[in-house]
Design a protein around this ligand. Structure first.
Ligand code: MRU
Length: 342
């Protein structure tokens, strides 16, 4: 059953407050661009595709009371929302798409521009839902009966319009009757694996085993992992992939242990203007996220902290990308280029 991650309801953007999961399923209703910025920044809503959807509605909310100054308000809102989180390509892809849509209607009545923007945001949400199902369906062909799969962070329904990318692949395989076991990295510091992925997999009654991040190597050495499937926040045009911190560790381990390493992501995560992973902006987050677990300090309050939210996996460690345009294999520069021309 899909997750109601993000919806347009009663003229507001409704998102699940993911900081409260798995204990409470509560919603936050946003009726301004400022609120949308806040839920993105504080990671109440998170995951690259979901950020793209939230940002699109944020643009509409930022101009819905505009009069003659609609284009000035639009530009300011887009600038403002783009300052929320830097890494996920989908957020910028969506802001660019909303801007293009508005400018294509320049000269039309203000009311018309507003309704076009709302329709475009709804379309971005619907497209994401369809694209994730396609990724799930195509990716499920790579999953065999009795496979043991490792995943990291949360690339599930909570990270997208409602179905997920990496988890979409697993949901689709499970719904086809394949017996799979999924090992879930807890994903420090914010525990998206244990709080969100484990919650989603158990809702679907998928055999789920939670591990601490530092247990992956020994599982692989013991021959207990057949495949790794993760999502992505931004993929450069050569296939270098930014994803949740710790993904690179897994890719290196997979390479050593000769385990296929798949990245599931929509084309909207691929940044065709980014030559390689070196240029991908990596978000650094608050030190207290590492010093604490929940509200409890687990370290001296003054200790220095290194807290990048993402790392970059070099393309050579990726076996294939699972996208709505098909399974993209090496050389990635060519297969990515081809996917965009279809
Ligand atoms: O910081 P987050 O939780 O927004 O990061 C999200 C991730 O890194 C996910 O694992 C992911 O694969 C991208 S969303 C499908």
């Amino acid at each position: 059953m899909p997750v109601p991650t993000i919806e347009w309801k009663d003229n507001r953007l409704r998102v699940i407050d993911q900081t409260l999961l798995p204990h409470k399923l509560k919603f936050v209703d946003c009726d301004s661009a400022k609120m949308v910025w806040g839920v993105i920044k504080n990671m109440r809503t998170r995951g690259a595709p979901a950020l793209g959807v939230a940002a699109a509605f944020g643009v509409y909310l930022g101009v819905r009371r505009s009069k003659k100054s609609i284009f000035r308000d639009l530009d300011r809102t887009i600038q403002y929302l783009s300052s929320s989180r830097p890494t996920a390509r989908n957020l910028f892809w969506s802001l660019e798409r909303m801007k293009k849509t508005a400018y294509a209607h320049r000269g039309k009545p203000v009311q018309r521009i507003k309704s076009v923007l709302l329709e475009e945001a709804k379309r971005i949400l619907e497209e994401d839902r369809a694209v994730c199902r396609k990724i799930g369906m195509l990716g499920s062909r790579l999953i065999g009966d009795n496979d043991n799969i490792l995943t990291h962070c949360n690339a599930g329904g909570l990270a997208t319009g409602d179905y997920g990318t990496a988890l979409g692949v697993l949901f689709a395989a499970h719904s086809q009757g394949k017996r799979i076991k999924v090992y879930v990295d807890e994903t420090r510091p914010l525990l998206q694996g244990s709080r969100l992925t484990a919650w989603e997999l158990l809702r679907e009654k998928i055999d789920t085993v939670l591990i601490c991040d530092n247990m992956a190597a020994s599982l692989m050495a013991a021959g207990k992992i057949d495949k790794i499937v993760v999502g992505a926040d931004r993929i450069a045009k050569n296939g270098d992939t930014a994803n949740k911190i710790g993904t690179y560790n897994l890719a290196l381990l997979a390479h050593y242990h000769k385990i296929p390493f798949y990245v599931a992501a929509p084309l909207s995560t691929i940044d065709v203007n980014m030559k390689s992973g070196e240029g991908i902006p990596i978000e650094n987050r608050q030190p207290d996220e590492v010093r604490k677990i929940g509200n409890v300090y687990i370290a001296p309050k003054k200790v220095d902290v290194f807290n990048p939210a993402f790392d970059v996996t070099p393309n050579k460690f990726v076996t294939a990308f699972i996208t709505e345009a098909g399974i993209l294999r090496k050389p990635f520069t060519a297969s990515i280029k081809k996917a965009f021309s279809i």
